[in-house]
Design a protein around this ligand. Structure first.
Ligand code: ZN
Ligand code: ZN
Length: 369
């Protein structure tokens, strides 16, 4: 049996680069050779044991690569060597949830999230893609791997925060937290036609990125009372839409207090424990507000649309990737990302190379500042 290199979750706090069997596609499946992937905040939760996955699982859910093998039933739809991505979420397109439009909940709660959660993921030389017809999305020739690296998860998730809130042209929008997801939510607010876009973060570098990506005003909660400032900016009303992109009680509560009566809180954060809504923030339950939650939309049509935005230069996602690593250097990459050292926003992992010579590309943040 052929083998491959992969990053295996060994238990809370431990990952290891190991040689494991290379996957073989069954009916409807495909195998991708991974040319680039990334580390996301969710992976940090997994490695730390804060989100449970089975020991022995290969982590990672942001695959960019080329088709290496095709199973029966999909071999006429694609060709070997074709450049593709697959979403972090891989809906089957046929179950109760998919046919009701809840593709990310395919098969049951959070069921569409398979890579690096319930099946082996993308931190590997090869990746088995289920339901390949629904999930493989060809990369436009004009785009590089790095151009589309954020499409499988970060970009899709961030944009969905703006989409789920049904932002209308001219809306005032506040985005709480400007990490990669929050920055993509800020892009989403701009694309949806928001007028006032308020980016909120405690990190000044990220606020600078936020302005680059479309925030018209930025607020730092360590320097100002954010909710009071938002009320001031909106004639005392509050914003039409607040997007929460961190997953903490404080940002959830601030987002709730920041929306006007009848406004929408669009929540993207991953929470643990209890989320509390103070009665006055929801006007004793009579404020006509909406709270919507969204798990990253996946499937090839979603991926096609996201890549089209980049292809037609409506969006440039190149700045957030700041550091490059070979798969063998995962520990160093993970340490850098999980501790947020050296202004890191995103790292790029290259499973197919032995070592990445220029580990650190010119940090876009420094260039912007
Ligand atoms: Zn992710
Ligand atoms: Zn399904």
């Amino acid at each position: 049996m052929a083998s491959m290199k992969a990053v295996v979750f060994k238990g809370p706090g431990t990952i290891a680069v190991e040689s494991v069997p290379k996957p073989v596609p069954g009916p409807g499946e495909a195998v991708m050779r991974i040319t680039a992937t990334t580390i996301c905040g969710t992976d940090v939760h997994i490695v730390r044991g804060e989100y449970p996955v089975k020991p022995g699982l290969i982590i990672g859910h942001e695959p960019v690569g080329v088709i290496d093998a095709l199973g029966p039933g999909v071999d006429h739809l694609f060709h070997i060597g074709q450049r593709v991505i697959a979403g972090a979420i891989t809906p089957c397109g046929q179950c109760f949830y998919c046919l009701n439009g809840s593709h990310s909940q395919c098969g049951g709660a959070l069921g569409g999230w398979r890579f690096g959660n319930t099946i082996n993921g993308a931190w590997a030389e090869y990746l088995l893609v289920p339901d390949a017809k629904a999930n493989l999305a060809p990369i436009p020739d004009t785009l590089t791997d790095e151009d589309v690296l954020l499409c499988p998860d970060i970009f899709s998730t961030g944009l969905s925060g703006a989409e789920s809130a049904h932002i209308r042209v001219g809306d005032a929008v506040a985005v709480f937290a400007q990490g990669p997801i929050g920055l993509c939510a800020t892009i989403g607010a701009r694309l949806k036609g928001a007028s006032l876009i308020i980016g909120i973060d405690g990190n000044e570098d990220r606020l600078a990125m936020s302005r680059t990506f479309g925030a018209t005003v930025t607020l730092n909660p360590s320097q100002t009372d954010v909710v009071a400032e938002i009320k001031k900016l909106t004639d005392g009303r509050g914003v039409d839409v607040a997007i929460e992109a961190l997953g903490q009680q404080t940002t959830f509560e601030s987002a709730l207090r920041a929306i006007r009566p009848g406004g929408t809180l669009s929540s993207l954060g991953v929470y643990s424990g209890k989320i509390v809504a103070p009665y006055e923030a929801i006007y004793a339950g009579l404020g006509d507000q909406k709270i919507v939650t969204t798990l990253c939309p996946g499937g090839h049509e979603r991926m096609r649309r996201l890549m089209a935005l980049i292809e037609h230069r409506r969006v440039d996602l190149s700045p957030p990737e700041t550091h490059k690593f070979a798969l063998d250097d995962i520990s160093e990459a993970f340490d850098l990302f999980s501790h947020q050292r050296a202004h890191v926003l995103k790292v790029v992992l290259y499973p197919g190379v032995e070592a990445v010579k220029a580990r650190k590309v010119a940090p876009a943040l420094d260039a912007e500042c």
